[in-house]
Design a protein around this ligand. Structure first.
Ligand code: COD
Length: 320
């Protein structure tokens, strides 16, 4: 299987597959509706827009978004609209859930609803997908890298970090990376007893050496420069198989990942997408301030990931 290097590769790869149905929760948002219109036009997905129908139509007009191909399910109340959209997925009517104009935590609570949500019994986690250019000194092409978890698990404990790794490895494998390289990020590359992130990263790496992750390789602690720059690794004399070549960046907290990715998109103009993994179906989760393009790429990535089979890890050993 080839590895998509850009979001455009993803768009090409999904074309032969049957069209997936996306249930959008509280859809009355300009950028969401522009993404929906593009998804319909480019044959990426069919969308079911759950929300206030008058506001949806007004927002689409204001944003010049042609949503005539999408279905609308009227629900004026935000909380009920979120539950209804998620229920469309848990009932099997739609394949993917997408956050619209509501707060992330309210959307996630609908996802986690015990009766109608998309729980599987394992941890759900968020992955940002970044399309990154090669370093200026390298001849390597653009590529997609994964940053997790910058949007759902606020301050994951060690066991949660292990499961976040597993979820991201599963996604990276779906994206064609057979043995994903994970950098467990921290502020430094040495274990510092005063820095919890370095200790967690070191133990994750040890788990990896001992084969507790069925596939992939976790190394850490690694600072950001060492994870993504072979030149930095060379200068600092750090030699390991992940240094400079990380495909997954495991961040120590939501804040770290969120700031990293929003810095990339808002300061550097980087192209990003965002998904929640570990649920019964892929979930599109972007920030309300993300561009229509980012929301569209997120839909495309969710479609691509729709048949994702998660990789299992023996994290039971963590507890002995
Ligand atoms: N995976 C699976 N189950 C979970 C998860 C998870 N990641 N998080 C909570 N649960 C389950 C718990 O086991 C419990 O059964 C129930 O949900 C409630 O758990 P609480 O009380 O710990 O969770 P909540 O409802 O207070 O918060 C869960 C959120 C996901 C809403 C919360 O963690 C959150 O607000 N995350 C950050 C969202 C955010 O603001 N992101 C900003 C990005 S732009």
């Amino acid at each position: 299987m080839s590895v998509p290097a850009t979001f455009d590769d993803i768009l090409v790869a999904i074309q032969p597959h049957p069209k997936k149905r996306v249930a959008v929760a509280v859809a009355q948002d300009d950028a969401v509706l522009q993404a929906v219109a593009r998804a319909e036009k480019e044959n990426v997905a069919h969308c079911v827009l759950v929300g206030d129908q008058d506001k949806i139509r007004a927002a689409a007009d204001a944003a010049s978004a042609d949503i005539s191909a999408a279905d609308i399910v009227h629900e004026g109340d935000t909380h009920k609209a979120a539950l209804k959209a998620v229920t469309l997925v848990s009932s099997g009517d739609c394949h993917i859930a997408m956050k619209g104009k509501l707060h992330t935590d309210d959307f996630l609570r609908a996802i986690l609803n015990k009766e109608t949500g998309l729980r599987t019994g394992r941890l759900l986690s968020h992955v940002f997908i970044l399309e990154v250019p090669p370093p200026s000194s390298a001849s390597s092409p653009r590529r997609l890298i994964f940053v997790t978890d910058g949007a759902m698990n606020i301050a994951p404990n060690f066991e949660e970090k292990a499961q976040i790794c597993v979820n991201a490895i599963g996604l990276a494998r779906l994206f064609g990376i057979e043995a994903p390289k994970v950098a467990a990020l921290a502020g430094v590359e040495l274990v510092n007893p005063k820095m919890q992130a370095t200790q967690d990263a070191a133990v994750l790496a040890l788990m990896s050496y001992r084969g507790q992750f069925e596939v992939g390789m976790v190394e850490g602690p690694l600072a950001m420069d060492l994870a993504v720059s072979e030149e930095a690794a060379h200068i600092k004399g750090v030699k390991n198989p992940v240094a400079g070549k990380a495909e997954i960046l495991l961040v120590p907290s939501l804040e770290a990942g969120n700031i990293l990715v929003k810095g990339y998109s808002h300061l550097a103009g980087g192209r990003t997408a965002g998904l929640v993994l570990g649920a019964k179906a892929p979930i599109v989760l972007t920030s309300r301030s993300d561009t229509a393009e980012s929301k569209f790429f997120s839909i495309a990535c969710a479609v691509y990931a729709a048949d994702m089979a998660a990789v299992k890890v023996k994290i039971g050993k963590v507890r002995g």
